[in-house]
Design a protein around this ligand. Structure first.
Ligand code: ATP
Ligand code: MG
Length: 180
């Protein structure tokens, strides 16, 4: 499984619809300061359910919507979609590609989509459980993350190993069952 495509529309500095295609292997994103490199990774975290505006380097969630420039008016909503290759069926869906999208309007209205069907954030979280993919999971290693892992409490570090071992979904189901 690998990240195949990232599409952004009206997200942060990407006023126009922007599509990035990835292939297996290493991709480096290069560009001058302020050109939007970090906005690309912000987009990935946002579509995976990031709720903290601060961790997306804004002060309110609306800050992820293109705010206008000298030559362009602000836009009213933004959308990010990421597509994973699923030919090996690592994700429990019978599709060769899995696309997760998130859309938000200035009014605050928002929605998540899984292969174009509206869904809950919970569905997305469950889909990626134990894959290492997720806004907090180890597939996204941000600045300072390594230090955080090294210095965190052993119980916190344990969560990383549980994700890699593939037992998070069982623990989560057990917890749900205990609630009932
Ligand atoms: P560096 O090399 O300094 O890390 P970078 O390539 O990572 O730079 P980003 O931080 O991704 O750059 O992009 C910052 C740019 O994105 C700024 O010019 C900022 O004005 C623009 N930007 C962020 N949010 C919005 C928004 N909502 N609307 C318009 N532009 C935005
Ligand atoms: Mg940056």
């Amino acid at each position: 499984m690998y990240l195949k495509r990232l599409e952004m529309s009206g997200f942060k500095s990407f006023a126009n619809r922007t599509e990035l295609e990835f292939v297996p292997g290493i991709t480096a994103v290069v560009g001058p300061n302020g050109s939007g490199k970090s906005n690309v990774t912000d987009g990935i975290r946002w579509v995976l359910g990031e709720q903290s505006a601060k961790s997306l380097r804004g002060s309110k969630m609306e800050d992820v919507i293109f705010a206008g420039s000298d030559t362009r008016k602000p836009v009213g909503f933004c959308e990010v979609a990421i597509t994973f290759d699923n030919t090996e069926r690592k994700l429990p869906l019978d599709y060769t590609e899995v696309t997760v999208a998130r859309r938000v309007y200035r009014s605050g209205e928002s929605e998540y989509l899984l292969n174009k069907q509206t869904c809950r954030l919970k569905d997305i979280n469950e889909l990626f459980m134990d894959t290492g993919i997720g806004k907090e999971a180890y597939s996204m290693i941000g600045q300072g993350k390594i230090e955080e892992i090294m210095s965190s409490k052993s119980e916190d570090r344990r969560a990383i190993f549980e994700e890699a071992a593939g037992i998070v979904k069982y623990k989560s189901r057990k917890k749900e069952a205990e609630k009932k």
